[in-house]
Structure formats: C-alpha cells, structure tokens
Design a protein around this ligand. Structure first.
Ligand code: PHE
Length: 453
C-alpha cells in the first residue's frame, strides 16, 4: 500500500518498543490493576487477567500493529484504506473514528487521576505523610477530593504536559519523551520493588496474588479482567495502530509485541507485589478500591525509614507512566486532524487539549459538586467514562479489528505484514478468528444480562 504524503517514522525499532510499552504501562498497571486485584479477591483474578493478556491481548496487539503499519495512516483513514484494499464496505472506517473518541474520553478521567498523582508528589516530598495513620490518610484524601480548584490546577498541568509533548511531533515529542521517561521509570521501579521486598511482607503479598482461590472468582471479576487486559495493553482504540503506522517495514511484529506485553504485565505484577507487601506489613485494607494507592501507600511511606524519598519517587514513577500513556491517548485524534484538516500539529494539540480540559472539569466536579449527577445505571460522570471505555468501547474496537483481520483482509496481505511461519500464523489466526471474538461476545452477552446474572 502506498503512503500518503510525508509521514514521520520512529527512528528505530527500540523507539517504537519504548513508546508502545510507554503507552501500555500507565495508571492501568499502577493505580487500577492493584485495586482491582484487591477488590476481586486476589489470585484468581490475576490468573484470569494473565490468560486474557496471553490469549487475547498478544494476538490483538499484533493485529493492531499490523493494521497500522499496513495502512500508514491515522486509524480512521487507515481502516478506510484497508477496507478499500480488501473491497469491503467503507463503514469500517467507523472503527477508527470510534477509537479517536475513546482516546479523548479516556484522557478525560485519566488526567484527573494523574492530577491526584502530581499532588501526591508534593505531599510526599514535603513530609506530609510522616506518622500518618489510616483515618488521617483517608481524611486527607477525602479533603483533597472535596477541593475542585486544587484538582483543576493539577489537571490543567497534566493536560499541558501531555499536549506539549504531542505538539512537538513523533520524533522530537513522542519518541524523545519515551526515550527519557521509560528508562527512568524502570530504574525507579527497581529501587521501589527492592525496597518493599526489604521492608514489606512480600511472602504474604505473593501468596495473596498467586495462590489461586477460584471460589472468590465472580462473573463480574472475569468481565473486568478482560476489559482491563484491553485497557492495560492500550488496545481497541487505535493508539497501538497509530504507533504501528510509524513503524518501519522490516521490524518483526510478533517478537516486538511479546516484549511489550511481557514488560507491561511484568510491571503490573511487580507493582502489585510491592503495593500489597506494604499493605499487609501495615495491616491495611487490600480491597480499598480506587483510593487504594492514595489512602494506603501514604501510611506505609509515612512509617518507613526514608519514606519521604521513596514516596516522592513512587509518585514520580506513576507520573512518568501516566504521561507516556496519555500521549498515546490523543495521538490518533491528532494524527487524524493533521492528516485531514489544515490545522498544524500545534493547533490540533490546542484543540484537543481544550476539549479534554473541559471534559476533565466535568469529571473532577463529579467527585464533589456534581457527586449526585448520574449518567446511566446510577453511575456518576467518572464511573460512566471509565466503564463505557474499558468495558465497552475498547473490547468492541478489539472485536472489530479481530474480525477485520481474521475474515475481511486478504490472507496474503496479513501474512506478508506479520511475516510469521506457518505454525505460529495458524495459532494466531485461530485466536483472532475464534477465541478473541467468542470471548468478547460472551462478555457482552453477560453485560446485556443474557447469560450469567
Ligand atoms: N494502557 C494505559 C494504562 O495502562 C491506558 C491506555 C488505554 C492508554 C488505551 C492508551 C490507550 O494506563
């Protein structure tokens, strides 16, 4: 397929790998996965999540990179071009368009949580956690949630940081940020895990996460594990597709995908082990929910030697992770704008930045002034955006991409792009054609109340 105009490319395979790992490793691994493991009873949830990553996540990530690299365009025009090539209906472009919006919706709440993290860097650094106990930590967090203005300041900063990078383009912006932030993130992670191994209750944490107890597994837990596998690997909305569209032809998609998925899952598991080791050593509540990181970790940081520094490093690590993911949430929309309108990258970044800034304001108000505003099923603005994107839009996007690659595209084109041997290709194809669609359909049927319940 031919390229449209001049497009930037990653300068190396390493740059692509770091950027995609940067997209995958984010608040999903550090803030969301641990609290979901806690809420869903631990090990059995971990196993289902891992199965979803390996059976669905990896083949779908290969699929999304493959679609992006073949199309060499933003996800919306990319799906259209691929549909034309396969003589399929132009309506496939809606998969890409929905993805652009999903990214913007996710950033609407992502930026708020990232803002909390920024605030907690300052708290940790200024020694605010010293000697804090459970009720005090909870009160501190609740008080913060009740102060929309403070949340607005951090949300604004995070939006500026994100769009500031994206405005600089693929090489000077996305690539450079990931090349600096990702190695820093891995270094801080090693320090933290080592530290929590030394002072935390690591064996209880490992037992909680790895001794399977299937009696604790509910259908809701299975549904959330699948949704979270998509969220964690950034699948189903075109982030990976647009990153794939900047990838050089000769790079092996399968091998790169496996490295990225292993890094993403590994970071999630390591952070989970570290967090629960601190939670158990300090007799804290594993099932605390979304506040887990903000209500329990300060107590642990406040009571350990060197806790100010470790706490500051921890929240810095979370910021880096969130930042490199947020960049990829807006890139599909930015690529679409620059490739379809006369707006420059900078102007597009302003437009998207302001849109997401406004959306974020609604989200942050849903924690205080608008607490009683419910959108659907009694869910507030924050929960609606979270559930709508991770349990519906991303799996649906993933399903559509799997069906497209598995049934619509010409086999030779898929094989040419993936460059797999016959055996691995057959396995991939079976996962994409049967396993992924059936699993995703089962989840939707469950959500619709047809089965389960
Ligand atoms: N994968 C990111 C995380 O784990 C979130 C994300 C989802 C980023 C979808 C891009 C696209 O935090």
């Amino acid at each position: 397929m031919t390229q449209t105009g001049h497009r930037s490319m990653w300068s190396s395979r390493w740059a692509f790998m770091l950027a995609t790992a940067g997209s995958a490793i984010g608040l999903g691994n550090i803030w969301k996965l641990p609290y979901m493991i806690g809420v869903n009873g631990g090990s059995a949830f971990v196993l289902v999540f891992l199965a979803c990553i390996f059976l669905l996540g990896i083949p779908l990530m290969m699929c999304e990179i493959m679609l992006g690299r073949r199309a060499q365009r933003n996800p919306a025009d990319g799906m259209l071009a691929l549909a034309r090539e396969a003589r399929a209906p132009a309506a496939w472009k809606w998969v890409g368009i929905a993805g652009l919006f999903a990214g913007l919706l996710i950033l609407g709440f992502y930026s708020i949580i990232a803002g909390w993290v920024l605030d907690y860097i300052v708290r940790a650094a200024s020694g605010e956690f010293r000697g804090i106990d459970g009720p005090a930590a909870k009160q501190q967090f609740d008080q913060f949630l009740a102060t929309p203005l403070q949340m607005l300041v951090w949300h604004t900063l995070f939006i500026v940081m994100t769009l500031g990078v994206v405005a600089r383009g693929v090489n000077a912006g996305l690539e450079k940020a990931n090349m600096i932030l990702m190695p820093a993130l891995f270094a801080i992670l090693l320090v933290l895990v080592g530290y929590s191994m030394a002072v935390g209750d690591f064996s209880r944490s490992a037992q909680f996460m790895f001794t399977p107890d299937f009696s604790k597994l509910t259908p809701v837990a299975v549904v959330s594990a699948l949704g979270h596998a998509f969220f964690s690997l950034s699948l189903g909305m075109g982030a990976v597709m647009v990153y794939g569209s900047y990838l050089q032809r000769h790079v092996s998609i399968a091998r790169t995908t496996i490295y990225i998925a292993v890094a993403d899952t590994g970071v999630g598991i390591l952070i989970g082990l570290a967090i629960f080791a601190l939670v158990f050593a300090n007799d804290l509540e594993a099932g605390a929910g979304p506040g887990l990181m903000f209500q329990t970790l300060p107590i642990a940081f406040g009571s350990m030697p060197g806790g100010d520094i470790i706490g500051t490093l921890f929240f810095l690590l979370v910021t880096f992770a969130a930042w490199t993911s947020a960049i990829s949430l807006v890139e599909p929309a930015i690529a679409w704008l620059t490739e379809n309108t006369r707006l420059t990258r900078k102007q597009s970044a302003w437009l998207i930045g302001i849109t997401d800034w406004l959306l974020g304001i609604a989200v942050l108000l849903s924690f205080n002034e608008w607490q009683h505003v419910h959108i659907v099923f009694g869910l507030g603005i924050f929960d609606t955006l979270d559930k709508l994107t991770s349990t519906i839009m991303l799996p649906l996007g993933g399903l559509a991409m799997a069906l497209f690659a598995g049934y619509v595209m010409k086999t030779e084109h898929v094989r040419e792009e993936l460059g797999l041997g016959m055996g691995p290709y057959r396995i991939w194809r079976a996962l994409i054609r049967y396993v992924a669609p059936l699993a995703i359909l089962a989840v939707f049927l469950y959500l619709l109340g047809v089965i389960g319940n």
